[in-house]
Design a protein around this ligand. Structure first.
Ligand SMILES: Nc1ncnc2c1ncn2[C@@H]1O[C@H](COP(=O)(O)OP(=O)(O)O)[C@@H](O)[C@H]1O
Ligand SMILES: [Mg+2]
Length: 329
């Protein structure tokens, strides 16, 4: 791509208070985007989004960047407000990288995203949303079940105890999730199978990058909070990402089709990651992540690497996608 050096890109990110939860820490991603833009000789400014939200908006209005690199994962520490910052950019008519506000909002509400997927023939675990003290029927459900917060990310609230084997355990876990995360619990059938992270890049159609498989060698066969973030934990040690995953061609094709369809149905844009589990040969979509973590140590970067793409090339591409929406942001 030529001529990007004349543009000014604002890197927008949520401000991260000291001691914040590792799943909220976006600063490593900011650092790597800064490095990439510098190498590409593209001008940039960094615009943090803190509690004084009008300050960030005023900066954007006065700077009028050509595009925003959107790394804003929430506002006021609430991931539920991730979509709102993208919506502000839409109102300001500033083109930005990644998925539109609608997609960010839909995918955040896992049950709504699953409704759209299943209504369109994409396999996703059978589910019910429940709150503490609610009377429920489990007709048609088979134990074990998996309980998780309905609108969290980064495996927040995910531990081995989320796999439940009977009604008593289920009721306890729903109560725990509801009270701890102040939101309903998503109760799903547990998919006991291989776990795949499917990275997609581009639009019309997006390209599926080499798949990452998460291998579990221990007892706990889920990507729990510890397995994802706590390096000193046993779960972290017992979880190994492998990229590219070793899959039969026919299964690979099915997984790719399901991932592309999910990307489209949930109105993702530029880049996304679809989390899938295989049950036999059926790929079940657990969730879709628009604007996934692009930290060099995260799954998306492994898929880029396996595709022979550097982070720099990735940044150049997505900035190019945003700039191409200049006249209709
Ligand atoms: N229905 C399920 N069956 C089996 N494992 C699941 C199920 N739902 C979630 N998990 C496990 O929990 C992890 C986190 O769940 P996910 O829905 O991807 O939420 P997050 O947004 O926190 O990444 C998954 O990567 C997977 O290991
Ligand atoms: Mg996930």
């Amino acid at each position: 791509m030529i001529g990007l050096s004349n543009f000014n890109i604002a890197i927008l990110h949520n401000d991260v208070p000291p001691g914040a939860d590792p799943s909220e820490d976006v600063l490593d991603q900011v650092d790597s985007v800064v490095k990439c833009l510098s190498k590409l000789n593209i001008g940039y400014t960094i615009v943090p989004v803190g509690d004084e939200i009008t300050q960030s908006i005023n900066t954007l209005v006065s700077q009028r960047p050509d595009a925003v690199f959107n790394l804003c994962e929430g506002v006021y520490g609430l991931s539920g407000l991730e979509m709102n910052m993208a919506a502000v950019l839409e109102l300001l008519r500033i083109p930005y990288t990644g998925s539109p506000s609608l997609s960010l909002g839909l995918c955040q509400q896992k049950d709504l995203a699953k409704n759209i997927l299943s209504a369109n023939g994409v396999p996703t675990p059978k589910y019910i949303v429940l709150t503490d003290n609610e009377v429920y029927s489990l007709r048609g459900f088979k134990f074990p079940l998996f309980v998780k917060p309905v609108q969290e990310d980064g495996s927040l609230g995910v531990t081995g105890e989320n796999v439940v084997w009977n009604r008593r355990q289920l009721t306890e876990r729903i109560s725990y999730v509801t009270k701890t995360y102040k939101q309903p619990a998503l109760v799903e059938e547990f998919i006991d199978g291989r776990e795949l992270n499917v990275a997609l890049l581009g639009n019309n159609p997006p390209v599926v990058l080499p798949l990452e498989e998460v291998l579990f060698v221990g007892q706990e066969k889920i990507l729990s909070y510890n397995a994802k973030w706590i390096r000193a934990s046993r779960s972290y040690e017992e979880t190994t990402p492998v990229c590219p995953a070793n899959l039969d061609a026919d299964i690979l094709k099915k997984v790719e089709e399901v991932a592309i369809l999910s990307f489209r149905l949930l109105r993702c844009r530029d880049y996304a990651r679809v989390d899938i589990r295989l049950s036999g040969n059926t790929p079940y979509v657990l969730e879709v992540n628009p604007n996934p973590d692009i930290d060099p140590n995260a799954g998306y970067a492994f898929s880029l690497q396996a595709a022979g793409l550097s982070l720099e090339e990735f940044v150049e591409r997505v900035v190019g996608y945003a700039l191409s929406r200049k006249d209709h942001p």
